[in-house]
Design a protein around this ligand. Structure first.
Ligand code: 6GU
Length: 226
C-alpha cells in the first residue's frame, strides 16, 4: 500500500514514521508512506497556500490552486483521496479495515479555518477522527495511518488482530503478566491453570462483560455519555 500525506508541516511526521511498528512496516516494504508539503505546489512567488475568507471572518482559508495541483500530480486511477476535517464522517475500526484494502491513499491535512469549499469536489471522502476540534489534520492523518497500517497483512501477527478490541464489536479481554500477585492483586486462577478451553471461555466471557459494562453503545445500548 502507498499512503501520500499532504501537509503544511511535514516535520510533524518524523517521529511517527521513524518509530516502532510503523517504521518496521516501512523498512519491510509493507507500506510506502510519503509526506509532501503543499507549499511546493503553490504557484505564488511567496509559496502562499492560504488567503482571507471572502465575506470576512476569522482565520485563513486553504486555497484551491495548490491543493488541486498536488492531488492532480499525486493521484492515480487507484487512489482514494481523503480530506481530514472535523465535519467529516467519523473514523472507526470498520473504516480502517475497508481502507486497509485500498492500494493508494491520499490524506489531506487542513489547517487554519479550513479548506476552500470547492476542494470538496476533488476528494472522495471527508473524514474526522472524533467530535472535538484539533489545530490541524496532521494528528488525524497519523491516527488513520497507524490504524490502517497495522491491519496490512504481515505488519503485526494475525493472532494479535484476532481477538482485539472492536473485532466482532467487542472490547479485548484483560491480560496479565508476572508476577502472579502484585500488592495483593492476584491474576485470575484460570489463567495459571494451563487449561486452554477454560482460558478461552473465561476470555470470551470477559469480553462480553467488559463491553456491556464500559461500552454498551457498541452492542446497541446507551453509552451513558462515554
Ligand atoms: Cl480530521 N481535523 C481537525 N482539525 N480537527 C479534528 C479532526 C480533523 N477530527 C477531529 N477533530
Amino acid at each position: 500500500m502507498k499512503i501520500d500525506i499532504l501537509s503544511l508541516f511535514p516535520e510533524m511526521f518524523d517521529g511517527f514514521l521513524g518509530t516502532s511498528i510503523i517504521k518496521r512496516a516501512i523498512d519491510n516494504g509493507l507500506v510506502d508512506i510519503e509526506v509532501h508539503n503543499f507549499r511546493d505546489y503553490s504557484l505564488d512567488k511567496h509559496k502562499r497556500v492560504d488567503d482571507y475568507p471572502y465575506g470576512g471572518g476569522a482565520g485563513m482559508v486553504l486555497m484551491c490552486e495548490p491543493i488541486f495541483r498536488a492531488i492532480e500530480d499525486i493521484r492515480t486511477d487507484e487512489s482514494v483521496v481523503i480530506m481530514l476535517t472535523p465535519g467529516g464522517k467519523t473514523f472507526k475500526q470498520e473504516m480502517a479495515i475497508n481502507l486497509s484494502k485500498v492500494k493508494h491513499l491520499i490524506l489531506l491535512c487542513g489547517h487554519y479555518e479550513g479548506f476552500d469549499e470547492r476542494i470538496k469536489t476533488i476528494v472522495d471522502m471527508e473524514v474526522s477522527i472524533g467530535d472535538y476540534v484539533l489545530t490541524g489534520g496532521e494528528i488525524p492523518a497519523m491516527v488513520m495511518t497507524d490504524a490502517i497500517t497495522r491491519l496490512i497483512p504481515g505488519v503485526i501477527t494475525d493472532e494479535s488482530l484476532d481477538s482485539e478490541s472492536f473485532n466482532d464489536g467487542l472490547l479485548d479481554y484483560p491480560v496479565y503478566t508476572k508476577p502472579a500477585e502484585f500488592r495483593g492483586m492476584k491474576v485470575p486462577d484460570v489463567l495459571l491453570s494451563g487449561h486452554h478451553q477454560k482460558i478461552s471461555d473465561y476470555r470470551n466471557n470477559e469480553r462480553i462483560k467488559r463491553t456491556s459494562e464500559d461500552r454498551s453503545d457498541l452492542i446497541g445500548g446507551d453509552d451513558g455519555g462515554k
